[in-house]
Design a protein around this ligand. Structure first.
Ligand SMILES: [Zn+2]
Length: 427
């Protein structure tokens, strides 16, 4: 994952969100750390023929002391028909970049810790040019990037609860969270911390299961599916053996999206774009595909640093480094040398990865190239055994700020190497 979708990228300056892009194609989004949660209960009818939705949501979230409004972002193509709730005084909408900004003003109420309101809207969803989301007869893909559900504008809220999604007859769907399909209704339930309700659907959706992975495609070549399943098996075996003792990655659902643009990961739900038409944008070589899939799978553990801030290099740098090491273990030194070369080349001329005074999310070349290049150099200094120990701690312990991770590194490696790494991050 490397690049953010355009809408999200435009917003990241003011808020949070991780989306990223790996070796060749896709991008991924790291779940937001669970600082706060919004609990959703929704029913949404989606009409691929017309590209429209009709939605009703009840949303419950904590009120911050003194705060008299809640702010959401919503797809600009829909029109709100109703918004009501016990504490709602009024609401207003405005345009924020390519989105609708919805401000819900609340009546002051002593002792009210929670606000709850009901929102109804309908309209034709508008999508960004990167095509990460869409609502068309042949392929439906909705998630955070299209703001098809009301997203809390500070991007620091986990999305919990459930949505019942009504699709036209004949559509099959696959979603993040836990899902059940009954007739034409898909129910998505988010029990774990996730940044959105994400799903893909098509009349042609075909599921292929093998070992601990499933692919879901709409007409991809059997060869591509076989290669993806092989990579998925290799990656989950490799990563679970190292980091999955307590919390192994469950059966992974690889959604093979017939489009260009970025991909993303939501724990076991991983979307990989393969391009449209004859041209695939997936790496043709097995090592490249392993690198790509392992990066996405690594986010099952390498996640939780605030994605909009200076610590995002932890999410991406470690996922990338772990994926590179997986390629080394699976495909050998030559493949590893190629990846290392890419990191080193991308690191040239880049600024610091992190300093104590950093406030911004690092650029992609820093998080995805310079950070793993430095981790590789640290491994060359301390040896693979120490690096294994360090990575197990990062991947399995709740270490999600740079100072805490540097403290852990100081415990695992000799003091001079810890000091070297700290200095290199700031250089
Ligand atoms: Zn990533």
């Amino acid at each position: 994952m490397r690049r953010m979708s355009r809408v999200v990228a435009a917003l990241v300056g003011m808020v949070s969100i991780a989306s990223c892009r790996s070796a060749a194609p896709a991008v991924s989004t790291a779940p937001v750390p669970s600082t706060a949660r919004a609990v959703y209960e929704g029913t949404v009818a989606a009409f691929p023929e017309s590209g429209t939705v009709q939605a009703a949501w009840t949303i419950r979230m904590a009120r911050r002391p003194g705060a008299d409004s809640l702010v959401f972002l919503l797809n600009r193509g829909v029109t709100i028909s109703s918004l009501s709730g016990r504490d709602v005084q009024r609401y207003e909408t405005s345009r924020a970049r390519d989105l609708t900004r919805l401000a819900v003003h609340l009546a002051p109420r002593a002792g009210a810790a929670e606000a709850e309101f009901r929102l109804e809207y309908a309209g034709r969803l508008q999508f960004s040019e990167d095509r990460i989301n869409g609502l068309a007869p042949e392929w439906v893909e909705l998630g955070l990037d299209s703001f098809w559900f009301p997203v809390v504008a500070d991007f620091s809220h986990d999305v919990q609860g459930r949505v019942r999604l009504v699709l036209p007859p004949g559509y099959r769907a696959i979603s993040s969270g836990s899902q059940s399909m009954r007739g034409d209704t898909l129910e998505i339930v988010n029990a774990r911390a996730l940044p959105d309700f994400a799903f893909a659907a098509s009349r042609a959706l075909r599921t292929t299961a093998q070992g601990r992975a499933r692919t879901h495609d709409a007409g991809a070549s059997p060869d591509l599916i076989a290669r993806m399943l092989a990579s998925a098996a290799r990656c989950s075996d490799h990563l679970n053996a190292r980091y999955g003792a307590r919390d192994p990655i469950p059966t992974a659902d690889l959604v093979v999206a017939p489009r260009s643009g970025p991909g993303y990961a939501r724990q076991r739900y991983v979307v990989i774009s393969v391009g449209d038409g004859a041209k695939s944008n997936l790496p043709a070589d097995p090592a490249g595909l392993t690198h790509f899939v392992c990066h996405e799978f690594s986010h099952y553990w390498s996640v939780g640093a605030k994605p909009s801030g200076p610590d995002n290099w932890l999410n991406e740098g470690f996922a990338e480094f772990v994926a590179g090491r997986a390629v080394r273990a699976i495909h050998g030194e030559e493949a590893w040398a190629g990846i290392l070369g890419t990191w080193q080349k991308g690191a040239v001329g880049q600024g610091p990865v992190w300093t104590a005074s950093s406030t911004a999310r690092p650029p992609a070349n820093v998080s995805y190239r310079k950070a793993p290049a430095l981790l590789a150099e640290l491994e060359a200094r301390v040896g693979s055994e120490r690096m294994d120990a360090l990575l197990v701690r990062f991947m399995t312990e709740p270490l999600r700020t740079t100072p805490v991770v540097l403290g852990m590194i100081d415990e695992v490696v000799e003091p001079e190497h810890g000091a070297w790494f700290r200095a290199e991050l700031a250089r």
